[in-house]
Structures are given as C-alpha cells and as structure tokens.
Write a protein that binds this ligand. Structure first.
Ligand code: PMV
Ligand code: MG
Length: 358
C-alpha cells in the first residue's frame, strides 16, 4: 500500500495581491496533514474519505442553468488531481490501472468544519504524490507543484496556488504565482501535452525557501468562524474596479512590503519582519475599505489588538473573513498571558508548528 501525506498552510503576508502574477506572498506549511492511502484493486476503483462524506455539493444559478461550484468540495480536487496525473502518466507510456484511494484529513474536523488551513491544496498535493508513486513517476517538488496547480486550474479555482506551493515545499516560502493566461493558452491554443507544459518555465512563477531568524516565533489564533476563500476572492475581484487606482496602489505597496519582509528573513532582522506585518495589516484594512469586502472581522481585530498588547506583530491570515490570524514574536517569553487574554476574547490558540519536509 502507498501512503502519502501533505501538510496544511497559513498565509503570513501578501494576501490578495499574490493572486496577481508576480506579486509575492510569504506562506508557511504547518504540521497538520492530509494523508492519502492508495491500493491497487482489480474490478472497481473507489474513493473514500473520513471527513468529506457528508459535505454538500454547492451550486449556483447561471442563465437558468444549475452550475456546480466545484471550488469548495475537496472531492473535485481529488478527481482533478487524478485526471491530470493520469494524463501525464499516459503521456509517459504508463499503463493505467484501478485503485482504491482513502483520504484522512487533520485539516478538517469530522463534521467537515474547516480551520482555513488549506485542505483543498493539501488533498490535491497528497493525491498527486500518491499517484506519482503508483505509476512510478519521478516526483520532484516542481513536478508535483505543476500537476497540482493544473488540477486547481481545472476546477476553476480563483486562488494563487500559494497554498499548493506551501504544501509541496514545506517550511517558510516566498511565492509569486505564474501567468495563468499563459498556462491556459498553452493548453487550449497550443494544445501542449502536460509533459511539454511541465517541462517549460512558467512565466513569473517563483518559489523561494526562506530561513526564519532563530528567535522568530509564530503564534496562531483561530476565530472559530469559517470563511470561504473563493467567495472572498470573487468579491474583491468584482469590487476592485470601484477604484481601480486604489487597487493598483494596493498591489504596488503589498509587493514593496513583502519584498522588505523577505529582506528581513535574509538579514535575520525580526524587527523589520514585524514592522512589515503591521504595514501589511494596514494595507489589507485599507483595501477592504475601498472594496467593501470584510477581511478583518471584529474577532480578527480583537485577536490582533490583544496580541499587540503583548508585543506581537499581528494580522489576519489568508483571505480573512474569519478563520485564523497570525502573530510574530521575538523570542518565547510572555506567551502564556496572551493565551489567557485570547481565551477571554473567544480566540483559540492553535498549537501548530511550521513543518519542514526536508
Ligand atoms: O484564506 P486562505 O488561507 O486560503 O488564503 C487565501 C489567500 C488569498 O491571497 C486571498 C487567495 C490566494 O489563493 O492566494
Ligand atoms: Mg481563509
């Protein structure tokens, strides 16, 4: 039996801007995993999941048609990961076969409740890796990232794939996404095979591991209310035209801010990293006001205000609207009182650590 795990993720900085090709974000992999087990079968294949069994299939109405929203249900990512990886395997002259696939997730609670730790990315990555082993394909990080990213594009996910990169590479990374139009054109207009596409350099894609300063400490708070990343990204995309100049400015300033934060990592400068976390929080708050999309909810504001009282640099993580906030501290001291103060505000500390897979 093949058994493969992939970690969840948390965004540290650069959210929303990172959806735009060439704009950086900093993301970490966390030590909670999705595990995929795969076993060859004879007559019929199967996909079983302990956590996703009861999830609803979401749909919307579009010109009198019922349209499935495939972006929130992990099953669609699993199917897309299988389809893309098998297409690639076939191009390499592998013979396709039947298997049973079992998924067990630490990133979702048993009633399907999400913490916002990137379960769709992790399940895609784990499925791609399991199939690479099954079909004896060489599974370099770059190959797994590109196959998983193609699977995400095929379910019409509007994300940057930063969550996919964090799950594949582990640790702390700086990430900018690829030119999505170029990739789509390669597939549709040029009719590139998956192999040809994988072998090319993808414009603007960059994934760079970062070494955190020794005394940098990441603390995670959970608001307890789930948020839909794909809906929030849709809303920002729809509303950004309200003031196009303001959004362009946001993109420019987010890029500057995250690039300075990367310098903080390179120069072991925790003060600089913390300063940029606070700047990024302000940039997101301003963009939220300009677009009317709520990113920092009242619970996230309480999470940040309390953390700042204890000298942490805090902000919402990811799309916001609920889910988690992150705090960066210099050294270990003084964290216990924060936990107590958070509890009083209804914020739960998630005892997660950064996961390094190398
Ligand atoms: O809410 P999360 O943790 O899935 O993060 C979303 C981050 C965005 O930049 C808003 C979207 C994306 O896919 O990059
Ligand atoms: Mg989220």
């Amino acid at each position: 039996m093949i058994e493969v795990s992939a970690p969840g993720k948390l965004y540290i900085a650069g959210e929303y801007a990172v959806v735009e090709p060439g704009h950086p974000a900093i993301i970490v992999a966390v030590d909670q995993f999705i595990t995929v087990s795969l076993e060859q079968t004879k007559n019929v294949g199967s996909i079983t999941s302990f956590q996703y069994g009861n999830l609803p299939i979401l749909w919307r109405r579009h010109h009198d048609q019922l349209v499935l929203d495939k972006r929130e249900n992990p099953f669609h990512y699993i199917l897309a990961a299988i389809t893309v990886t098998e297409k690639y395997a076939k191009e390499l002259n592998k013979e396709l076969s039947l298997f049973s696939l079992t998924i067990d997730s630490e990133l979702d609670s048993s009633n399907g409740r999400k913490y916002g730790l990137g379960s769709s990315a992790a399940v895609t990555v784990a499925t791609v890796k399991a199939l690479c082993q099954f079909y004896e394909l060489e599974d370099t990080d770059e190959l797994v990232f590109k196959l998983a990213a193609l699977a995400h594009l095929s379910v019409k996910s509007n994300g940057s794939c930063g969550d996919v990169a964090a799950s594949v590479y582990g640790g702390w990374i700086a990430f900018t996404t690829f030119d999505r139009e170029w990739v789509t054109a390669q597939q549709n207009e040029r009719k590139s095979s998956i192999k040809e596409l994988i072998d090319k350099d993808w414009p603007l894609l960059s994934i760079t591991p970062l070494t955190p300063p020794r005394d940098l400490r990441l603390v995670i708070g959970w608001t307890g209310s789930p948020a839909s990343t794909s809906d929030l990204v849709d809303e920002v995309t729809n509303q950004r035209s309200r003031d196009q100049n303001a959004y362009e400015q946001f993109l420019k300033e987010s890029k500057q801010c995250v690039n300075l934060m990367v310098q903080g990592f390179q120069n072991n400068n925790i003060g600089l990293i913390q300063e940029q976390i606070r700047t990024n929080r302000e940039l997101l708050i301003k963009m939220s006001k300009d677009t009317g999309v709520v990113i920092e909810t009242p619970a996230l504001t309480r999470l940040c205000t309390v953390a700042e009282l204890y000298h942490g640099a805090a902000k919402s993580s990811g799309a916001g609207g609920g889910d988690c906030g992150i705090v960066l501290f210099n050294r270990k001291e003084g964290l216990l009182p924060l936990m107590t103060a958070w509890e009083e505000e209804g914020i739960t500390n998630l005892p997660l650590h950064v996961y390094n897979n190398k």
